[in-house]
Ligand binder design. Structure first.
Ligand SMILES: CCCCCCCCCCCCCCCC(=O)OC/C=C(C)/C=C/C=C(C)/C=C/C1=C(C)CCCC1(C)C
Length: 253
């Protein structure tokens, strides 16, 4: 049987799309989830992968936390303030609530987190965690976008790290097939339909993406969350794109 993995693209607040996709997998694709060897992700994608691997029963709570964080950031945005270090503190608090005490054991070799070494600019995929704290630090490092999320890179195993999305926004694992999920229209297995006028695609941080105004808008929304109504629409889009994938590949049940 082919080894199957699932990878979630770095997406900032568009992580709500991933939550919708995972809900579809839980509801309609238990066979697929049961066949997975590992999950991977960058930034918000790594957070969703962590919830799927260690606390799949906390999906609804993740959605509520994400909406709450988006409300906070939106309010600051109106005053012209970027999230800064507060975002890292809030993400830490959410993970503290979501991840079970044995999360690091559940995540060992089953969760691959994309992070970027600040000094060398090289990508690392972390998949072994000595403690729950170490797992949470790797997840925070994966989300740390300099300046936007404060001025202090995350220290992990004695080195400084920044957002994995800079160097690998959609990790593909070396063994087997990696099913890819992205809220940006592109060539991924689960992604929005490309509706742009041009059929030009490009590779950015290891991820193929279509050149379109819609993707430019989505990039902005990944950092500056759109209205609650639009967030709900993105969640539904993730759900229905994942259902389409399950039907296409005969995983639907
Ligand atoms: C010509 C240009 C075309 C444009 C094309 C677009 C290309 C796409 C390239 C990829 C961009 C990736 C954007 C990622 C932005 C980023 O990394 O921002 C920093 C990280 C942020 C803002 C992370 C936020 C994370 C959140 C809100 C996580 C929330 C949660 C989950 C997702 C699950 C668990 C619960 C919790 C912690 C609330």
């Amino acid at each position: 049987m082919t080894v199957l993995n699932l990878s979630f693209a770095g997406a900032g607040f568009l992580g709500i799309y991933h939550v919708g996709a995972v809900e579809a997998f839980v509801r309609h694709g238990p066979k697929l989830l049961g066949s997975l060897s590992a999950c991977a992700g960058a930034s918000a994608g790594a957070l969703v992968a962590a919830v799927l691997v260690t606390a799949p029963d906390k999906l609804e709570m993740s959605k509520e936390f994400l909406s709450g964080l988006a409300d906070n950031v939106r309010r600051r945005q109106f005053r012209g303030v970027i999230p800064g270090h507060n975002l890292m503190v809030s993400l830490g608090e959410c993970m503290e609530e979501l991840l079970p005490s044995e999360a690091h054991r559940l995540a060992n070799d089953r969760l691959h987190i994309s992070i970027t070494d600040l000094k060398s600019g090289k990508n690392h995929l972390v998949s072994r965690f000595a403690s729950r704290e170490e797992l949470m630090t790797a997840l925070l490092a994966s989300c740390y976008l300099p300046v936007y999320a404060g001025m202090k890179p995350v220290e992990f195993r004695g080195q400084k790290w920044i957002d994995g999305g800079f160097t690998d926004n959609l990790p593909i694992l070396p063994v087997g097939r990696t099913i890819t999920v992205s809220p940006f229209a592109g060539l991924q297995d689960v992604c929005p339909v490309h509706r742009g006028r041009f059929d030009t695609q490009f590779r950015l941080a290891n991820m193929s993406t279509m050149l379109s105004m819609d993707n430019v808008k989505r990039l902005h929304q990944s950092l500056f969350p759109p209205s609650a109504l639009r967030m709900q629409a993105l969640h539904e889009e993730g759900f229905s794109d994942a259902v389409e994938f399950l039907k296409r590949e005969a995983w639907m049940s």
